[in-house]
Design a protein around this ligand. Sequence first.
Ligand SMILES: NC(=O)c1ccc[n+]([C@@H]2O[C@H](COP(=O)([O-])OP(=O)(O)OC[C@H]3O[C@@H](n4cnc5c(N)ncnc54)[C@H](O)[C@@H]3O)[C@@H](O)[C@H]2O)c1
Length: 357
Amino acid sequence: MAKKLRYGLIGCGGCGVGKHLAAYAKYADDVELYAVYDFEPAKAAAAAEKYGVPHVFDTYEAMLADPKLDVVSVVTPNALHAPITIAALRAGKHVHVEKPIALNADEARAIVAAKDAAGTLVMVALNNRFTEVSQFIKRYVDDGHLGEIYHARCGWRRRRGIPGRGGWFTTKALSGGGPVIDLGVHFFDLTLFFMGFPAPVSVSASTYCKFANAPSGGTGTFAAADAAGTFDVEDFAAGFAKLATGASVAFEFSWASNIEREVNYLELLGTRGGLSMYNGELRLFGEVGGALTDITPHVRNTSGWGDNETRHFIACIRKRRQPMAPPEDAVKMMQIIDGIYASAESGREVRMDAVPA
Ligand SMILES: NC(=O)c1ccc[n+]([C@@H]2O[C@H](COP(=O)([O-])OP(=O)(O)OC[C@H]3O[C@@H](n4cnc5c(N)ncnc54)[C@H](O)[C@@H]3O)[C@@H](O)[C@H]2O)c1
């Protein structure tokens, strides 16, 4: 049997431990949990104890210098994704980096360049691509059932769901932005993934921050202005993007808004058929024998939070295959995100070739 991959986790917070460590621990035939590191030593120690990880490092540089380590997850605040991923690639490691890949397209391009130079693999932790429903949709679209997809809608709207209010999520220098970069990166990505990831051409967007710092506008859970911590990112965004294929995508993302309930969704409009997925419920729309049809496929979702993606990445490393969530797609996603923020700031449509480098 092939040698086990020695695995290390950088960033032992909610997602690092709850998704990455938990998922890699499930594949004990292939993976040896080898090392952990967190900026806060107590978090690394707790993760090591919970999962029986033998090595707790004091710095990520020391961890990456260990030649026994094969693969790392980077699950830190977003601003550290690019520098740590690039350092890991230069140290010859495979990298499973959380979404968003980086703060912007330039950083994402630097990751692709470092990966190409290193010859190791990078996979972005886009777990929504790896659900059974998503895999079904991808096959269904690729088999041509929708015809030409000319328009899509996607969104993830929360009524009340600001993560780590006042902490790194709401501090632009550490997160890169609000729900656009946190939630949008999941469902915009998924929509483009199904559409074959055409290059973006232009984007027009508005962003708002109406809850966090509202001196008098907030009600209920938002009545008290957040005294502690920073909140300099949007809490809602909406807009419209055009793609190189001529197709368009309308989108909206919120951490907080006065709507009935939280929903994540996408709709694909094709010349032969369409589909929608609302909170994971898939419906297919078409015509049979001159009658309109609405089909509900029985696709069970058993992917777990990170199980399918982790199993896939382990297989990619073993077989030296490019992963299904490559950093090259994430460069295009970050171009759109850069464009959303640039458009919101300028009040104009932004063409991708005009997004500031
Ligand atoms: N794919 C998903 O479903 C999903 C869900 C949640 C979070 N995430 C992503 O995971 C990442 C972490 O989010 P989280 O919710 O776990 O946040 P978190 O705040 O719970 O964890 C972040 C961890 O990083 C540590 N850290 C800070 N600076 C560090 C440094 N220099 N080196 C090493 N560790 C450092 C913190 O101490 C903390 O333990 C983010 O990029 C987020 O977007 C993805």
